[in-house]
Design a protein around this ligand. Structure first.
Ligand code: GLV
Ligand code: MN
Length: 228
């Protein structure tokens, strides 16, 4: 390529290079300080449900050991009709996680209980079975299922953005601790997204080969409050 043309293209190459670096590293940003526990007058980035905080952080003098301890997952949360209880631990209820790029969750499953197929758009999850026997798995982007019964003491990893699920197949309650490599992993539950969010019935009818009655029965059973 002649030198002149090369020089003309340089800015474009720079932009492409930086875009590549940015996209290849798209995850929670690296912290620029040890920690940033939001002070009481910190400003949430979004008005509600925010997982991120602008400065100010608490001053070092205000920070105590208690700030780094969370006691809210000693017991299971409330169980759903299908025997699942989940408590997410993010900067919303454990502010010290702010800027640290990770979060976690406690999941409990009654005998036969199910954690419905779901995905986390911003995090890979590692699930550690504390007690019980759990059919656990995920589906990759070629629709291959990787699933197995895992027992207390075993760990399974669900790669970021892939649909995964759990079911208690043992004879006693199961407890799982999930860790995420984002402070805001997000969660999309497949049944809720498809049948509880208001997607057009005709589309669902065609996509799943179901009748309107079947769709409406699923809605009534699982999402009664959304029925108008
Ligand atoms: C388990 O997969 C969870 O996200 O709680
Ligand atoms: Mn999960």
């Amino acid at each position: 390529m002649p030198r002149k043309n090369m020089a003309k293209k340089q800015p474009l190459l720079f932009v492409m290079f930086f875009l590549y670096i940015f996209l290849a590293n798209a995850s929670d940003p690296d912290p620029v300080q040890d920690f940033c526990i939001p002070s009481n007058n910190s400003i949430p980035l979004r008005s509600t449900n925010s997982h991120f905080h602008f400065l100010p952080c608490k001053s070092l003098a205000e920070v105590t050991p208690e700030d780094f301890i969370f006691s809210g997952i000693k017991h299971p949360g409330n169980f759903s009709d299908i025997g699942f209880s989940g408590i997410s631990v993010t900067p919303l209820n454990f502010p010290s996680l702010n800027t640290l790029g990770m979060s976690f969750a406690r999941a409990d499953l009654k005998i036969g209980g199910v954690n419905v197929p779901h995905l986390h758009p911003r995090a890979t999850e590692i699930a550690y079975v504390v007690r019980g026997s759990v059919y656990s798995g995920f589906i990759d982007s070629t629709n291959k299922v990787f699933a197995k019964i895992i027992e207390a003491g075993e760990v399974m990893v669900y790669p970021r953005g892939l649909v995964h699920f759990q079911m208690n197949v043992g004879k006693s309650p199961a407890t799982i601790i999930g860790s995420f490599n984002s402070q805001n992993p997000g969660i999309i539950r497949i049944p809720n997204a498809l049948f509880g969010a208001g997607v057009n019935d005709e589309l669902l009818e065609k996509a799943f080969g179901m009748t309107i009655e079947e769709i409406s029965n699923i809605r009534k059973k699982f999402f009664p409050k959304k029925i108008t």
